[in-house]
Design a protein around this ligand. Structure first.
Ligand code: FAD
Length: 528
């Protein structure tokens, strides 16, 4: 699947009739493709850049109930989210795991520590799972030695889920394609089609992949859903919708786990505005964030962290881990994502609701907002909204698994470590055995100190729809986030593995390598 030449093959089939077109290949579009394909609908998903290149590869990687949404009174969102968390933890072993969380409280915090306790009781009751426990300051420092004792009054330990967000999107899309759906990356919707004054019934697609830039086609379906996240207003403008979205940028800093050694997530209230800031281990590095600021610049695919956000995150780390003496020089990398929320004009962006919205305008259904965690619910609510217009008015069974069962770990090769087998099964699903078979000598080893294996690069280059080098290094295998310098120092070995798989000549490799290096500097490091 998706081996060399696959995009041309898909392109040649685009003029056939479809039941449903989904615009946007982030988690929302992927979830809709998954559920629609399952219901037997001939579904096409088109993504203007790479799959998961929008916000869905730039999240805080949490599969969570959103404890902080309780504070805003969003009980229903929290209830739905904790239940989805439990489902995803059950179905997504190896991709979605449970991670300990420490909520730490300082004397000068505006919110007393007992308030968290009340929130956690509600959180656990909603999940029907008792998992939290109160700790004294000393108890917390035993669990997390880098914590300062200055002003620390204690806190709580509880559990939430963690995920590789881009791999979750990829797994959903690939399982949908295996189940009969169709998906194409670098296929940008330039315009919407309609018959006379009827509802929207198609899209104009432009092929954005470099070799064929400019190819255009009209594609038709009775139902078109826009799952374009923070870009949703652009398509809505075509059907006369007034702009309703507020774009909020959230950024993270990346540290090596030697400079910020954490084995659990630490949640701290920011000393300036009492917003929660998280520092958490992920894929062998430690991420810290996020910010929540209005994003004014043009909506580029790769937004970048701004100096004030760096200062904001560092201030929180400095208060909580002063003995580590962290400075901006310790920052190994950074990434930013844009959240779309309905603009109600609140002065504090963090007060805007995170619930998803559905808008139907001239037949175009837009679904945006929400969370990574609740993608399955969003897919169901979007599909129910257009059900009457779908052939055969299909039903969507909310009880079905959303992820296919992964291959049994014993099928993956007996000489591989059990934890590694689980990781590969979770990330690659039923492709994991083929990934292992494709590996050459020495490739089932980690890439330097990273958790990813060299073999993952070969497999992704061969069979995961990579169009540009950043698709491979930022989203298929997350070297751009987890490796110092974004993995640039290993480009020679990466080239020897992936260039033949991708079929690129030397000139193409040089161009891709130089574009990746400059993109990483500009948008994934503080140098930009
Ligand atoms: P996107 O992922 O942005 O996908 C939209 C896609 O549409 C893009 O890939 C874009 O290229 C494509 N597109 C746009 N226009 C067109 C067009 N004309 N033609 C074709 N394609 C087009 N949620 C959680 O549950 N847990 C978290 O820990 C979490 N952390 C977050 C941290 C941050 C900083 C942010 C910003 C959000 C976080 N969220 C989290 C929320 C979550 O990440 C988002 O709700 C989710 O990723 C949005 O997915 P989406 O598919 O709607 O949008």
């Amino acid at each position: 699947m998706w081996e060399r030449g696959w995009r041309d093959e898909v392109w040649s089939q685009l003029s056939r009739p479809w039941d449903l077109i989904v615009i946007g290949g982030g988690i929302t579009g992927a979830g809709i493709l998954r559920e629609a394909t399952r219901a037997g609908l001939r579904t096409l998903l088109v993504e203007g850049h790479d799959f998961a290149s929008g916000t869905s590869s730039r999240s805080a990687k949490m599969v969570h109930g959103g404890l902080r949404y309780l504070k805003n009174g969003e009980i229903r969102l929290t209830l739905e989210s904790v239940r989805e968390r439990e489902r995803l933890l059950r179905e997504g072993r190896g991709l979605i795991g449970s991670v300990g969380q420490l909520m730490v409280s300082f004397r000068e915090d505006k919110m007393p520590v007992w308030v968290f306790g009340v929130g956690l009781i509600v959180y656990d009751l909603l999940a029907l799972k008792w998992g939290h426990r109160r700790y004294s300051a000393e108890g917390l420092r035993e669990l997390c030695p880098p914590l300062t004792d200055q002003g620390l009054v204690g806190g709580y330990r509880y559990f939430d889920g963690q995920v590789d967000d881009a791999r979750l999107v990829l797994r959903l899309i690939r399982e949908s394609v295996r189940g009969g759906g169709t998906a194409l990356n670098y296929a940008f919707v330039e315009g919407l089609l309609r018959q006379a004054s009827g509802p929207i019934n198609g899209v104009v697609l432009r092929d954005m992949a470099s070799e064929t830039n400019g190819r255009i086609i009209e594609v038709h379906a009775p139902v078109v859903i826009s799952a374009t996240g923070a870009w949703a207003d652009d398509l809505r403008a075509e059907v006369g919708g007034r702009r309703r979205l507020r774009k909020l940028r959230g950024s993270h800093l990346i540290f090596s786990s030697t400079r910020l050694p954490l084995s659990r997530t630490v949640t701290m209230m920011h000393p300036q505005d009492a917003r929660p800031v998280f520092a958490f281990p992920w894929e062998g590095v430690v991420l810290a964030g996020t910010t929540d600021v209005d994003h004014r610049p043009q909506m580029e695919t790769d937004p970048a962290i701004q100096p004030a956000e760096v200062e904001y995150i560092m201030a929180s780390l400095d208060r909580t881990f002063p003995d580590l003496g962290l400075t901006a020089k310790d920052v190994q990398g950074a990434f930013s994502g844009i959240r779309s929320v309905v603009d109600t004009g609140k002065a504090d962006p963090s007060k805007e609701s995170r619930e998803h919205v559905l808008w139907e305008e001239e037949g175009l259904l837009t679904v945006t907002g929400g969370k990574l965690t609740t993608f399955r619910l969003m897919a169901h609510s979007a599909l129910r909204a257009v059900r009457a217009r779908l052939p055969g008015q299909p039903s969507f069974d909310p009880r079905r698994r959303v992820l296919d069962p992964p291959p049994p770990e014993r099928c993956l090769g007996s000489d591989l470590d059990a934890a590694l087998c689980m990781r590969l099964a979770g990330r690659y699903g039923t492709d994991a055995p083929a990934l292992i078979t494709a590996a050459r000598a020495g490739e089932l080893l980690p890439i330097d100190s990273c958790m990813a294996l060299w073999a993952e690069l070969r497999w992704a280059a061969r069979a995961e729809g990579v169009v540009h080098l950043d698709d491979l290094l930022l989203r298929r295998v997350r070297l751009g986030l987890i490796a110092p310098q974004g993995g640039v120092q290993w480009l020679d070995r990466i080239r020897s593995i992936v260039q033949p798989e991708l079929g690129w000549d030397d000139a193409r490799w040089d161009r891709e390598a130089s574009e990746y290096t400059s993109l990483w500097k500009r948008c994934y490091s503080l140098a930009g």
